[in-house]
Design a protein around this ligand. Structure first.
Ligand code: GLU
Length: 321
């Protein structure tokens, strides 16, 4: 069947985006832990893949002591190196609406993930704008954090045991889960109905692996980015896109002929990735996250980007090794 869709350019403000999301008719609960199924330990559909239990991917490095004053990073620390370089270099994507996407009116990349980076810059410099954004591919998130080409990655990135072998993750700052986006006139209700159908996800994402492991045996189609998946979907090259509910919500906001279906069938806890070479930076970032969970900054950030989808859930509880 032919579908006619018009991709809507990435909207300029969160308000516009959320208005669009409303227009898309996607009544599904949004990102976050407001749904029982997206809450760790709560029941969801049977996981598509056996989770890797070789580590606790949520457990990060415990912060030590009080945060140093902004502008006074301890000598010899990686934070002092960042202070000397004059900006925090954040690796992220530019096509994940609500989390990190380029605002066409300002040209700036913005969203929940970018604000996570801004809050770290605030803690180092006392200025959230001392941030340089480097746009990286989904398949370059681990290597960019590992080789130091960015100081930190905040990019809808799931903390998992495989990635922990190469990078440190911060404590969890967002709980997502994988769902499915299909055409509004599709009878598909979940990943279980996509056997033999082409389902798109970005190379280097856990989503692609989860599609390949789904019991229904969909045909995984890899693209460089989820923006490319949306184009492929709009051109009828693929039947569905499957990735985190966060990313799908942004896509549904851009395509009034698409909707998000099914309950989350995986858990995708987001952490910021950093090099293992300087663990004090991971501890520092965790101290900033702890402070911002406590003082309401996390909740304000949720409301700013995702508030129109419902009341903010409690921030994810930090776990430490
Ligand atoms: N959160 C998943 C991941 O880190 C899938 C979506 C994404 O690529 O960000 O792979």
């Amino acid at each position: 069947m032919m579908r006619t869709r018009i991709g809507i350019a990435l909207a300029g403000t969160a308000a516009t985006v959320l208005a669009l999301a409303g227009c898309s008719g996607d009544s599904s609960p949004l990102p976050g832990s407001t749904t029982a199924a997206a809450t760790p330990g709560a029941s969801a559909a049977a996981p598509a893949a056996t989770p890797d239990t070789s580590c606790n991917p949520r457990a990060s490095l415990r912060p030590t002591g009080a945060l140093p004053q902004p502008g006074h990073m301890p000598a010899g620390s990686y934070m002092a190196k960042i202070q000397a370089q004059g900006r925090l270099i954040l690796g992220t994507s530019q096509d994940t609406l609500l989390f990190s996407s380029r605002n066409p009116f300002t040209g700036k990349v913005e969203g929940f993930d970018v604000d996570m980076g801004r809050q770290i810059a605030q803690a180092i410099f006392g200025d959230p704008n001392k941030l340089q954004i480097k746009v990286i591919g989904y398949d370059k998130r681990v290597s960019s954090a590992k080789d130091g080409s960015v100081d930190i990655v905040a990019d809808t990135m799931t903390a998992n045991c495989a990635r922990w072998k190469d990078v440190n993750f911060s404590s969890i700052y967002y709980e997502a889960g994988q769902r499915v986006l299909v055409s509004k006139d599709s009878p598909v209700k979940s990943i279980d109905d996509l056997g033999g159908k082409k389902v798109c996800a970005a190379s280097g994402s856990t989503s692609l692996d989860n599609i390949a492991k789904a019991k229904s045996k969909p045909i995984p189609v890899a693209k460089a980015s989820f923006g490319d998946c949306l184009v492929a979907f709009q051109q009828n090259e693929v039947d569905a896109i499957s990735t985190d509910d966060t990313i799908l919500a942004g896509m549904a906001a851009q395509d009034p002929y698409a909707r998000v279906v099914g309950v989350p069938f995986t858990q995708e806890p987001y952490g910021m990735a950093m090099s293992k070479a300087h663990p004090e930076f991971t501890q520092f970032v965790n101290a900033v996250l702890a402070k911002n969970r406590e003082n309401g900054t996390w909740t304000a950030t949720y409301k700013k980007w995702l508030g129109a989808f419902g009341a903010p859930p409690a921030p994810p509880v930090a776990e430490y090794k």
